[in-house]
Structure formats: structure tokens, C-alpha cells
Design a protein around this ligand. Structure first.
Ligand SMILES: [Zn+2]
Ligand SMILES: [Zn+2]
Length: 242
């Protein structure tokens, strides 16, 4: 046994890995979600309209065709486990949760891909950017962790490319959770992102990754910028949808 393995073993005995939601013991911290909690998260089987949240069975059958993107959401935010683990990865420094969340997003995306015609497409994967002041405070962008884990665990990893230097958050806006209505959220986020390489965007397909989607205001604002620069398909892909 190497020294690291002995240390890991000792740590596991002293602090056994526990489920990030219900805290029962789990086998390994590399997958900190127990089978029961994972089962409590129903996996969606369709895409959604990014404007009203209605189900969309193909890219051409979205009810609000004017929305700048279509929404993919792996599971439901009204489940306690989803709320608990999103809070933990965002505010409790539990970066290791990106692994199970990324796996769940990848499973949902892979199953849906053939059905909606994504199979032969190449996508550039963008995490929702956060302002540099927030990065300094939190130390990381949870959406970037999710984006990397999603790509790593998708069967289509070879046609997914991580990019985090084409969209920037230039205004440090108050958290969207402080805005109650859609109108407030749209106003709060409007004009707060910028793209610096519009020529890169033209003709390409994009996936915008976020942890949760409430009214779709944030991802729609980013998608609007991408579309303005000539992006083709834009999919907002989140772990959970409210
Ligand atoms: Zn559990
Ligand atoms: Zn709609």
C-alpha cells in the first residue's frame, strides 16, 4: 500500500464518506450520492421550451419558437435532494459533487441526443460565467466544474469542447434568487454579459451549462448574445429545472 492509500484508508475510517443529501454512509467520496437519493431524482425524457418550460419533443417543435435557445434539464428542482446538493456545490465548497451531477446530466443528454437529432453535431460547451468578484469570493465557478464533468462522462465526449473564454460576466449583478418575477430577473441580468470573440461563434453549436434553471432568464440572455453573433443551435443544459 502506498502512503497515499494508507492515508485515504485512515481518513475513510475516521470520517467515512457520506451521502451529500441524507448522510448515510456511502462506499466512496468519489460518488457521494446514495442509491436512494439518486432514485428520488426523476430523470426527464424530453427537452423544454426555454421561455415557458413546456415540454418540447424536437428542436422544431418548441412552442415559443422565438426563444434564443432550447432547454435541457436532467431532473426536477422540486425534489429535496436536488435542492440540497445544488446548495452544497454552490455555497458549501463541495466541489466533488460535480462528479455525480455531471454524470446525471450526461446520462440525460446522451439518452436524448439521438431522438432530437444531436447525434452528429459538434458542440462547444460554455459554463454560465460568473463575475470575477464572485469567483474570488467562492473560489470556483460550479457551472465550469459541471461542464467539465458532463463532457468527461458523456458518450459523446469527443464531439463536446469546453470553452470558457468567449462569454464574460461584465456586471456584478445581485443573485437572481433575490428577484421574484421573471420581469425582475430579466431586468437584473440584461446587458450583464459580453462576448469578445463574435467571429468564433458564427456557424457553431453551443451548450450552455448551469446548475439550475428557474425562469430561464440567465441562459436566455447568454443564448441571445450567441445567436446575435451567428450561433446555430444553442442548448441550455442544466441539472435541474424549477
Ligand atoms: Zn442519500
Ligand atoms: Zn413555450
Amino acid at each position: 500500500m502506498t502512503r497515499e492509500k494508507i492515508l485515504c484508508f485512515a481518513l475513510d475510517v475516521l470520517f467515512p464518506p457520506r451521502c451529500a443529501n441524507c448522510e448515510v454512509k456511502v462506499k466512496t467520496n468519489a460518488y457521494p450520492l446514495c442509491a436512494n437519493c439518486e432514485k428520488s431524482l426523476p430523470i426527464n425524457t424530453s427537452l423544454f421550451c426555454a421561455w415557458c418550460g413546456a415540454r418540447a419533443y424536437s428542436l422544431s417543435k418548441v412552442c415559443h419558437a422565438g426563444a434564443p435557445c432550447v432547454l435541457g434539464a436532467a431532473t426536477r428542482f422540486d425534489r429535496a435532494a436536488a435542492q440540497r446538493i445544488i446548495h452544497a456545490i454552490k455555497y458549501e465548497n463541495k466541489k466533488f459533487l460535480a462528479h455525480p451531477l455531471g454524470k446525471i446530466i450526461a446520462g440525460y443528454f446522451d439518452r436524448l441526443s439521438a431522438e432530437v437529432g444531436f447525434d452528429n453535431l459538434t458542440f462547444f460547451v460554455i459554463p454560465v460565467p460568473i463575475h470575477k468578484k464572485k469567483i474570488l469570493k467562492r473560489g470556483y465557478n460550479q457551472s465550469a466544474l459541471l461542464a467539465r464533468e458532463f463532457i468527461k462522462q458523456s458518450n459523446k465526449a469527443e464531439s463536446l469542447f469546453f470553452v470558457d473564454d468567449i462569454i464574460f460576466k461584465t456586471k456584478n449583478t445581485p443573485s437572481q434568487t433575490e428577484c421574484k418575477t421573471r420581469a425582475e430577473r430579466l431586468k437584473n441580468i440584461a446587458g450583464s454579459f459580453e462576448t469578445r470573440v463574435p467571429e468564433f461563434i458564427r456557424g457553431k453549436n453551443f451548450i450552455i451549462i448551469d446548475d439550475v434553471c428557474t425562469t430561464g432568464s440567465t441562459v436566455s440572455e447568454i443564448a441571445r448574445l450567441l445567436k446575435k453573433s451567428g450561433a446555430r443551435i444553442v442548448l441550455a443544459l442544466v441539472f435541474a429545472k424549477a
